[in-house]
Write a protein of this length. Structure first.
Length: 287
């Protein structure tokens, strides 16, 4: 009987691992399938000129250089505002607050905000930043809207990382005479840094790929201005792709450009995420 039960458990374990391997293989194949379709359809336009020139001929030719700049500014600007505020909020929730009903409600609200559709954040940004604050449709409005959208992700991941730091380390630091602030700054945050950087990577990737959050606040389909100003709108790859695919002057003629811009967006998000991962691993090595 014991041998039979052992054989059943072994078979069940083998079947479970096989199912997980198949699921992982299917996910990888789907990813490479999507990338393959994008690259094949974008191949006619991919090149140095496509990356370094602005659109021209009623958006049916040229490149996406202003869109690359606008997307990078929006994503990095959002991270610039959201990361310190999100980390500070997570430190307060984990290190200073008590589990009162108000704090429990606050945590629940943050968790719910992480699942709110981005169009809601876009309408909030339009109402508050563009209209109430008077920033209009501008780079600054888009950055602040994406920062608000990224905050729940950073807060949740940072708080989870802080919870992974052993409580004994805090007690040992306090026992040696360090203040709570010194303990947090010199012991807790450095130990939680890899998790914090993971949250930053997730937030950066989401901000770079958002369309609905910036279509009302910071992005336009085309702007003839070459310079960049915080109080002027910018072109962005997600919105550029959306408009070309739905309401461009000649949708069929711009089809390769749509795929080309999609490939550039994927590569840009990958590059920014890779840079953040390298920074995280470098900091992890130092500690």
């Amino acid at each position: 009987m014991k041998l039979k039960n052992f054989g059943l458990r072994q078979a069940a374990g083998f079947a479970g691992f096989a199912a997980m391997r198949l699921a992982a293989a299917a996910s990888v194949l789907a990813l490479f399938g999507v990338l393959g379709v994008l690259i094949v359809n974008a191949w006619p336009v991919l090149g140095w000129d496509f990356l370094t020139q602005p659109p021209r001929d009623m958006m049916t030719a040229g490149g996406v250089f202003p869109c690359i700049v606008g997307t990078a500014l929006l994503a990095l600007g959002a991270l610039f505002f959201a990361l310190p505020l999100g980390v500070a909020s997570a430190v307060y929730l984990n290190e200073y607050s008590r589990d009162t009903p108000a704090v429990v409600l606050l945590r629940l609200s943050i968790a719910n905000l992480a699942g709110v559709p981005s169009i809601v954040f876009g309408l909030f940004g339009l109402t508050f930043f563009s209209v109430f604050c008077g920033f209009g449709v501008s780079l600054l409005s888009g950055i602040l809207t994406l920062a608000v959208l990224s905050l729940p992700i950073i807060i949740n991941t940072t708080e989870s990382a802080l919870k992974q730091v052993p409580g004994d380390w805090r007690e040992a630091s306090l026992a040696l005479g360090a203040t709570r602030r010194e303990t947090i700054m010199k012991i807790v945050l450095p130990s939680a840094l890899p998790g914090i950087m993971t949250g930053a990577i997730l937030a950066l990737a989401r901000a770079a790929g958002e369309t609905a959050a910036i279509m009302y606040t910071g992005a336009v389909f085309f702007t003839p201005k070459e310079g960049v100003s915080l109080f002027e709108p910018v072109m962005a790859l997600p919105y550029h792709i959306y408009v070309m695919a739905t309401s461009g002057t000649d949708i069929e003629a711009t089809r390769p450009l749509q795929y080309g811009a999609s490939v550039v967006l994927v590569v840009l998000v990958f590059a920014m995420s890779l840079a953040a991962i390298l920074i995280r691993e470098f900091r992890r090595g130092k500690h």
